[in-house]
Structure formats: C-alpha cells, structure tokens
Write a protein that binds this ligand. Sequence first.
Ligand code: PLP
Ligand code: COI
Length: 355
Amino acid sequence: MNNLRIELAKNLKPKPQDETKLGFGDIFTDHMFLMDYDEGQGWHDARIVPYGPLPLDPAAMALHYSQEVFEGMKAYRAEDGRILLFRPQENFARLNRSNDRVCIPQIDEEFALQALIELLKIEKDWVPHLKDTSLYIRPFIIASDAHLGVRPANSYLFVIILSPSGPYYKEGLNPVKLYVENNYVRTVRGGTGMAKTGGNYAASLKAQVEAHEQNYSQVLWLDGVEKKYIEEVGAMNVFFVIDGEVITPELVGSILPGITRKSCIEMLRGMGYKVTERRLSIQEVAEAYKAGKLDEAFGTGTAAVISPIGHIKWGDLIMDINNNEIGDISMKLYNELTGLQWGRIPDPYGWVVEV
Ligand code: PLP
Ligand code: COI
C-alpha cells in the first residue's frame, strides 16, 4: 500500500511464553495503526508505528463527551499456520454505522481492511497457537480536538491495536449465570445501542459490578422503555430455543447488531432449524420454562464466541436451563463457528479472509 507509512519498532517485546495463561486484553503487540482526520484534509497520514502512548490534549473531546467508536474482531491461527479473519468487512461496515450515529466522519472500509492486513503481517508471530486463543483486534476512533463546547469534533484519530488473548469468560464453554436487570437501563431505542460506542459500556458497568458481587457472570438487559422485552447481555447477543424454535430478539435500534449473531442465524437456517427474529418478552421465556419448553439459551459474540446460558434469575424465578449443560444446538453452532474461524472446516459462505 503506497499511502501507508511503516516505521518498525527497534526493540521487540517478548511474546507470551505460556499461552495457557493468556487472559483477555492485557498484553499488546509491538506495533499499531494510526490515521488522522482533520477538517478540510479528510483522513490522512495512515501509518504503522511502534505501539505506545497517544499524543492527546487533555481537552480532547473524546475524553469529555465520549465521541468515540470501536470494533472487536479476531485473527485466528489455523493448524497449517495460516492467519485468518472472520467477516472483517462486516466490522468496518459496522464501524461506519457507529461513526454515523455519533457524527464521526466515514472511513474507507476497504483501505482500513488492507491496513489491518498489513499490520497483521508485521505482527503475525503474535497470533497465539493454543486452541481457543487468538489475536484480539481493537480498531477505534476518538475525537481529538482540544475543545470544550459540545459539538462534533473537527479532528479524529483512528487507531488499531492488537492483543493476544484467551477466552473472554472464565467459564469458557461452561454455562454462564445471568440475572434479569430490573434497575438499570443500558440503552433505549433512539439512543446509541446499535452503535459500538464507549458510553454504552460505561452505562453498563454498575450493573455488571453488582452482578459480580452476587456471583453472576453478567446481567440480561431488558428494553429500557417497557422493561419487558429481552435485549442482550453486556458483550453478546442472546438466543433462546423454545420448543425446537430458535428465537433471537429483533434488532430494534437498542441492540448491537452482532456479526456472530448474523452468522449464527445463517448457519442455523443452513442446518435446517427454524430461526425467528422477533420481540421476545421475559414473561414468554419464563412461561416456556415453566412448561418445560425452554430447551436452550446461549449468547454469541466475537469475544464470547458461543456461550451457553445455564441459569437465569428473574425476580424470584430461577430458570435452570438444560441442567446447566451446553445444549445440542449451542454445541453444533460452536463447532461450526469455531471450525470456520480456525480454518478446520471448509468455508462455503466466503466469510473467511486470509491474511
Ligand atoms: N452485543 C454487545 C453489546 C457487544 O459488545 C458485542 C461484541 O461485540 C456483541 C453484542 C456481539 O457482537 P459481535 O458478534 O459482532 O462480536
Ligand atoms: C467483542 O466481542 O469484540 C467485544 O467488543 C466485546 C467486549 C470486549 C466489549
């Protein structure tokens, strides 16, 4: 790429020696991608440089008004050594939808993907080898203007950093425990829920802390208006299998349109399951549970992969789902999704991109 400047690090950091100890998002590689935006000039000065602190004015608008967006994706190491991405075009397309929601200028999606591939070629030795590990990719854009009035910024910084990571949930494939959040609201229709922007996650922290204090992994969010309909979990979309039918909340604007969600819907339909996207109330799930018809529940996400849900508390009702074991559909999906991502099975969808 002739409009991408590359400055290589003089000293390389040691790679993690024991990949069994990899946590999530703690270690960063030797290089990062940067690109600036200035009004009148557009996006410019794309570069790969040694990883390090960002030069940022204390008045930078992202720090005050959260004008920022981010993405989460992974690079996977196949058994034959190839480095693979899963539907990366979808992440950059979603980044632009998030940009639109918080008034950040659009990026060139194809250019961003090519720049990421260049960065990954430089950092390929950082992609871990152990099963279920990957190189987590975090693209993000922040408003960098030094200005304290509330308005869209005139300058931005687009950054991509990389982090060799293990599983996001310590439970791995063991079912997680959730309770239905009754007090706090994460987002509402018309808000920013459909965008991947930091404020949504800040809004979810207090509920998450309280959930951890009660020994729950996460909370299950209901819609913020009627507090009736299931939305999602902190970092994953949710699916319920009721009487053989797979149901996932429809995208009403307050839910993040997950790429794993979209892929799972397609894969499940390919396997012959009936999959419905519609509003699903917690009452309906509770009734299905009481009638013995709640077969399975699981979450989907880049970091979370397929995460079985074994226990949901709603008020006084405890729903123990599938005896707290991973269900058949969750297992099949997990095998197909991770099979594609790690290049273990052929890709009939054209979703996998080789670095
Ligand atoms: N919902 C939220 C709030 C998330 O942060 C994520 C993770 O990105 C997801 C759902 C799942 O989205 P994806 O499958 O694109 O990773
Ligand atoms: C992801 O799944 O990539 C996410 O962004 C989730 C999270 C770590 C916020």
